[in-house]
Design a binder for this molecule. Sequence first.
Ligand SMILES: [Zn+2]
Length: 239
Amino acid sequence: MISRIKLLKITSCLFLLTFAFGCSTPLMPKLIFKSKGKTKGVYHTVKKRETLWRIADTYNVNLKKLKRANRINDENKIKAGIKLFIPGAKKVLKVNPVKPLVKKVSLDRRIPSIKRKGFFNWPLKGRLTSRYGIRKGRKHDGIDIAAQKGSTIYAAASGKVIFSGWGPTGYGKMIIIKHKQKWVTVYAHNYKNLVKKNDRVKKGEKIALVGTTGRATGPHLHFELRDNREPVNPLNYLK
Ligand SMILES: [Zn+2]
């Protein structure tokens, strides 16, 4: 409290000085900075649909650090209009607001623990022939990418092969790779599998060749991305 009163006094003195000399001295903002301790940063005004997680991500600042700097216990309670101190930031940045929730994507609404775009690469160069979701009244747990028979299929991310062989009904020759944080990718209808169970694969490594094994009308890859066994739309993650 004492320091705040002191600060007020100094500020008002400075104000008077500024007023008296009629110039804008840079002393004022510096003083405000010092009142926050030695940490430099900027103030970000929270806008509608900005989450603390997104703000932290945009400014590349640790979420815990951001919460501590602003004495926030519950990140769900931040509201539009409040000012957040972003430690270490040099300028105010634009934060991508979260999209309003649509029922269709309810499966996918969990805050991802990995960065969305960039972790998974496209497993095959080809034509997207079927999307994820309801297809002719049936749920399609992945996407279909058509390519010539024998085209190379690549691991979407680094991981460990946990299955290589004939999959459940309809899948044909299939590979399953387990990645970080319980993420799993599935590659089905293969003509040939090039890796076996327990193999470690790198992102972009050749793992199979496109085929028509199982229930497939033409050569294509059926690709699934699962987050802790729950299928998610791969298009939201592929780069
Ligand atoms: Zn499919």
